[in-house]
Design a protein around this ligand. Sequence first.
Ligand SMILES: [Zn+2]
Length: 117
Amino acid sequence: MHEGPATREMLELVLAHAGGRRVRVIRLRLGPLAGMVPECVELYFEQMSKGTVAEGATLVFEPEAVEVTCRGCGERRGIDDASRTHVMEALAAGCTCGAADLSVTAGAAFYLTSIEV
Ligand SMILES: [Zn+2]
């Protein structure tokens, strides 16, 4: 569980961008492999933003698709069912070129994309 520190970091960034203006909407990119539960982020945010211009802002989570890349041939493949087990299976299965060296290149993001003030 690292929603706490990550949410604090995000809030500080939001406040810096807001420059004293009231924040209405905060858009966040969140990949399924980030290990962050949106509900937890919302809870932390609610507590941490009290008394700031970001208090009461709506959090909008934009999902990031999971993608694995073959280090052998460079082929990228999206994974629709992004459960951890499924991703592990895809990594273990290897690439159609025969290489077994795949890495996850997208899906673990957690970052601020924009704010509306
Ligand atoms: Zn390959």
